[in-house]
Write a protein that binds this ligand. Structure first.
Ligand SMILES: [Zn+2]
Length: 342
């Protein structure tokens, strides 16, 4: 089937859901923010964020632990460290809030622009770049709808209205209903099992689970499903498996580990609960994902294969130049065929 057929007749209603982890931000911004400040993973967060002065005095207690989630859980479990924990949380918040996204189009721009309103990106990331990329593309909405985004562990850029919790946006922005300023959504740490507040988080979880249940395709991008996040992953897994047995499931994992033969089996083990028939597409770059092969038509591109039809010709966007306007113009050419999905 040729690309014109697919581009000119969008038909899919089922969502494509992306689960985004810290590895995605690292892959999208390998050179860091505009000033070269690096994005951390849990294993180097202490060093990247500059938490050593807080950690140093209690290093004997922490032994040689490097993983921030583990360090944080240990500190949190000891009421004596309450004050220290608050200082660490403030430092993390201020570090991530001050990051600035480089001007050139990046993987997050491509990702957001290549999905539609029926689709969603779910993330646990605290860094602001998914939100920032969303905001700088939001002006294209009159022409091309954008996916929904959910920050399940909070985020340094976002806030919500206490009186209208369905309304949220940039932290300290104004609620369009009552003009109160959006309050920050606190960062949730994986071991904080309390997903009960604030209401923004509860709603995000409910909507994310609904979309996962309905999803036709799941892309997991740079998310390692750490042990400390096991409860969260279980919730997502039950949602994904709730509607369908996923016998002909479409799950793709974007992870640099997939280029290493020895590490590929770890990925299979990690995600086996999501794929009962063990059909996993392992790729080491988001550029090889279904989203990028069939921008804004990923589900339409996969349906003919499911029904035994001939594969659909792929039509990746030209990314030879880093100009965001140029990427958006390519998106307009595809989106002009869409009647608003929702
Ligand atoms: Zn309000």
């Amino acid at each position: 089937m040729n690309q014109e057929n697919i581009i000119q007749s969008p038909s899919a209603v089922r969502p494509h859901v992306v689960l985004l982890g810290a590895g995605a931000s690292l892959a999208a911004f390998p050179e860091g923010d505009v000033s070269g400040r690096r994005l951390p993973l849990m294993n180097d967060l202490v060093e990247v964020v500059g938490l050593e002065p807080f950690i140093e005095p209690i290093s004997a207690e922490l032994d040689i632990e490097k993983n921030f989630e583990k360090i944080y859980s240990m500190l949190k479990a000891n009421p004596r460290h309450r004050c220290l924990v608050e200082k660490i949380e403030e430092k993390i918040d201020s570090h991530f809030s001050s990051l600035k996204m480089p001007k050139e189009a990046n993987k997050y721009d491509f990702l957001i622009l290549s999905l539609r309103e029926k689709d969603a990106i779910i993330t646990f990331n605290w860094d602001p770049f998914l939100f920032d990329a969303y905001m700088r593309n939001v002006n294209v909405r009159r022409i091309a709808s954008l996916p929904k985004i959910y920050f399940l562990h909070g985020n340094v850029r976002i806030g919500y209205c206490r009186y209208h919790p369905e309304r949220w946006g940039e932290r300290r922005g104004l609620c369009p209903i009552c003009s109160n300023r959006f309050e920050g959504v606190p960062l949730l740490y994986p071991d904080k099992k309390d997903y009960s507040s604030p209401e923004y988080i509860q709603r995000s979880w409910e909507e994310a689970k609904y979309l996962l249940r309905e999803a036709f395709v799941l892309t997991i991008f740079g998310y390692g499903a750490p042990d400390s996040d096991a409860d969260a992953v279980d919730l997502l897994k039950s949602a994904w498996m709730e509607r369908s047995e996923r016998r002909i499931e479409y799950v793709e994992i974007v992870d640099i580990k997939s280029s290493d033969e020895d590490l590929r089996s770890d990925l299979y083990t990690c995600w086996e609960g999501f794929t009962p028939t063990k059909h996993l597409k392992l790729i080491d770059s988001i550029w090889n994902s279904w989203i990028m092969m069939y921008p804004r038509r990923s589900v339409e591109g996969l349906i003919p294969i499911q029904f035994g039809g001939e594969p659909v010709e792929t039509f990746p966007l030209d990314r030879s130049e880093g100009s965001l306007r140029r990427v958006q113009r390519q998106i307009f050419d595809i989106a002009q065929w869409e009647i608003e999905d929702d």
